[in-house]
Design a protein around this ligand. Structure first.
Ligand code: SF4
Length: 189
C-alpha cells in the first residue's frame, strides 16, 4: 500500500487521500502511526467514524471511535492541528494541517457530528441504481430506464425525482434508524 501511495504522488495525483475507518477497541493504536504517516508521505489521512454500513450488520454505537478523540490524541501525541482555510461545508471532512505545515488530517464525524443538512451527495451504483443517501432504503433503477429504451429526459426526470426525495438525514442517533440492506462495499465511496 505504501508503494501505491508513493506512485500516486509521483505521477501527479494531488491531493492523495488515505481513508481509515475508526473503530473503538480496534484502531486506537493506529491513530498516531497514521498521523505520522500523513507527515512522512505528505498526504491527507482521513479518519472516518465507523458507520452502520457493514455487511455483517455488527455495527453498534459503542464501537464508534469518535473524531474528537482522534483529534485530541493527534494533538497530544504529535502536535496541534490547525484547521485548513476555505472549508466547504458540503464536504464531509473537517480538514486540518499539523502546526508545522507537514501532513494533513481529515476527520469525518458522520456519527458524532452528522453533516446531513448540508449534504449534496447522491450515488450511482455499479449495477445502475441511483441512491440519494448512503443510508437510503429506496433506489431508482436508472439502468432499467436505459435498457427499456428511456430517453435522456426520462433519465433526467428520474434523477430529479430521486434527489427531490432526499431526506433530512441518516437518523443513526435515533431509535428510528434502520440499517440499509446494501452495505458500503456495494455502494462505492
Ligand atoms: S444525507 Fe446521507 S449521504 Fe448525505 S451526509 Fe447524511 S448520511 Fe451521508
Amino acid at each position: 500500500m505504501l508503494e501505491s501511495i508513493r506512485v500516486a504522488k509521483r505521477v501527479g495525483f494531488d491531493p492523495v487521500k488515505v481513508n481509515a475507518v475508526a473503530m473503538r477497541g480496534f484502531t486506537e493504536a493506529d491513530i498516531v502511526p497514521l498521523g505520522r504517516l500523513a507527515r512522512e508521505l505528505d498526504v491527507e489521512v482521513r479518519f472516518i467514524e465507523f458507520m452502520p454500513l457493514d455487511a455483517e450488520n455488527r455495527w453498534e454505537r459503542e464501537r464508534v471511535l469518535f473524531a474528537q478523540e482522534i483529534y485530541d490524541r493527534l494533538t497530544r501525541e504529535i502536535m496541534p492541528l490547525v484547521p485548513l482555510d476555505g472549508h466547504d461545508p458540503k464536504t464531509p471532512a473537517q480538514e486540518f494541517q499539523f502546526q508545522d505545515g507537514r501532513g494533513r488530517i481529515g476527520l469525518i464525524a458522520s456519527v458524532s457530528q452528522p453533516f446531513c443538512e448540508s449534504c449534496n451527495r447522491f450515488r450511482l451504483t455499479a449495477d445502475g441504481k441511483l441512491r440519494n443517501c448512503l443510508f437510503a432504503h429506496d433506489e431508482t433503477d436508472i439502468k432499467a430506464i436505459l435498457r427499456g429504451g428511456g430517453t435522456d429526459e426520462d433519465v433526467a426526470d428520474a434523477v430529479r425525482k430521486t434527489i427531490a426525495a432526499k431526506w433530512e438525514g441518516h437518523q443513526i442517533n435515533t431509535a428510528r434508524f434502520i440499517q440499509p440492506e446494501r452495505p458500503m462495499y456495494l455502494i462505492g465511496g
